[in-house]
Design a binder for this molecule. Structure first.
Ligand SMILES: [Zn+2]
Length: 393
């Protein structure tokens, strides 16, 4: 069996119960014998705490392993169905609400389209509230621990969940407080969508086990989540990782943030389709941006190929900036547009990154597509609720 990863100082500060639960959640299933060294707890404490957690229905037996001729050892794991959580992805084109088990597997989902120009807080809150009500009906009496929301824009870290989202025309909207009033008694946690996606990929996806990683979110807009020494890096005002608004070209095309020549204006789905419109004269937007980008990527015409090739070079330059600035061991490309681009052109994107990056950070990094698919924002939004359940950050 694979050894549990080393303990961090943070783990050591947790109480016995939280330490054990956390170890089993991330590294389980494990036997009681494995748990003692993995948690630095005595075998007696492991035995007491696991008995308590089994009695509460939080842990379950998950098979047996042989023990050199003796009695087989029982494997223990957190029961994913013990409780449920709700994760919400507020994107530019939709609100996706998912009912998830403790290991982030979806049990039910509700999706609402957001019309262009209809991103006011009241509309978004209505969709979230309707979606939460709909998925809770599928909970079947299992307790639901809380609701996490991933939002575009800058989200101030704190109980009010204050959102600054220029693309939505939101300036300091206390979404967390407004939703908590609406969804009472469920606790609500609001976080930037790139950060929630990063958290999900770090826990259960392509970033698993990485200490220094960047998770790049490419959808209509562009963002990123910086993981530094195993923890999310927020910066002074929670806006760290706004990679989409790094400048690719001085006096370049207007960006939705009010500046010019931002990376988002080149590699965000909206920016890609705008450039294709300028080159080809017309773009078929039937089925929305996702369908349009899919058609563009599959289109063998020279105009389409030129726009996609250019996008690959801009994306490579943007990823090279991340490598040079942060020296991560891993960059994960996620978001629905990022997954489409990486699905078809990962080798070219990596080669373009190598052309723009310094040799040393490029040589020590890996570029990989996200593993959790476009649902990663909603799944990751639920992780703060799970952290609380596990007994601390
Ligand atoms: Zn910008």
């Amino acid at each position: 069996m694979e050894r549990p990863k080393r303990m961090t100082t943070r783990d050591l500060k947790l109480g016995n119960r939280a330490r054990l639960l956390r170890t089993l959640y991330f590294d389980g299933p494990l036997t009681r014998r494995d748990l003692a060294p993995a948690t630095n707890l005595s075998t007696a404490t492991v035995s007491n705490v696991t008995a308590e957690l089994i009695a509460e229905g939080i842990l379950r037996e998950a098979g047996k392993v042989d023990s050199d001729g003796g009695r087989p050892h029982i494997l223990l794991d957190v029961d994913p169905g013990h409780a449920l959580v709700v994760g919400v992805d507020v994107g530019e084109t939709h609100v996706q609400v998912e009912l998830l088990d403790l290991k982030l597997a979806a049990r039910a989902a509700a999706r609402y389209a957001l019309e262009t120009g209809r991103h006011d807080p009241a509309t978004v809150i209505e969709h979230i509230a309707a979606g939460v009500k709909e998925v809770l009906a599928a909970a079947g009496g299992v307790p639901v621990l809380g609701v996490g929301v991933g939002m575009p824009g800058i989200v101030e870290y704190g109980p009010d969940g204050v959102v600054h989202a220029q693309a939505f025309g939101w300036d300091a909207v206390p979404l967390g407080r407004m939703l908590a009033d609406r969804l009472d008694p469920l606790p609500v946690h609001v976080e930037n969508g790139a950060m929630t996606m990063g958290q999900a990929e770090l826990w259960f996806g392509a970033g698993r086990g990485a200490e220094n990683a960047i998770i790049a979110l490419i959808g209509s807009g562009v963002g990123s989540c910086v993981i530094a020494e195993g923890a999310l890096y927020r910066g002074a005002g929670s806006s760290a990782g706004e990679w989409g608004h790094t400048t690719m070209r001085v006096d370049g095309p207007a960006c939705r943030c009010g500046s010019r020549g931002c990376l988002e204006a080149y590699v965000g789905a909206e920016g890609i389709l705008d450039r294709y419109l300028a080159a080809a004269g017309a773009v078929d937007l039937d089925g929305g941006e996702e369908a349009a980008l899919g058609r563009l990527l599959a289109d063998p015409s020279p105009a389409a190929v030129a726009v996609v090739d250019e996008t690959v070079r801009y994306l490579g330059a943007g990823l090279a900036d991340l490598l040079n600035l942060f020296n991560p061991e891993l960059i994960v490309i996620g978001g629905w547009a990022g997954l489409m681009l990486a699905g078809r052109r990962l080798g070219d994107i990596t080669a373009a990154t190598g052309e723009y990056a310094l040799k040393q950070p490029f040589a020590s990094a890996r570029i990989a597509p996200g593993m959790l698919g476009p649902d990663a924002v909603a799944k990751g939004a639920a992780t703060p609720v799970i952290v609380r359940f596990l007994g601390g950050a």
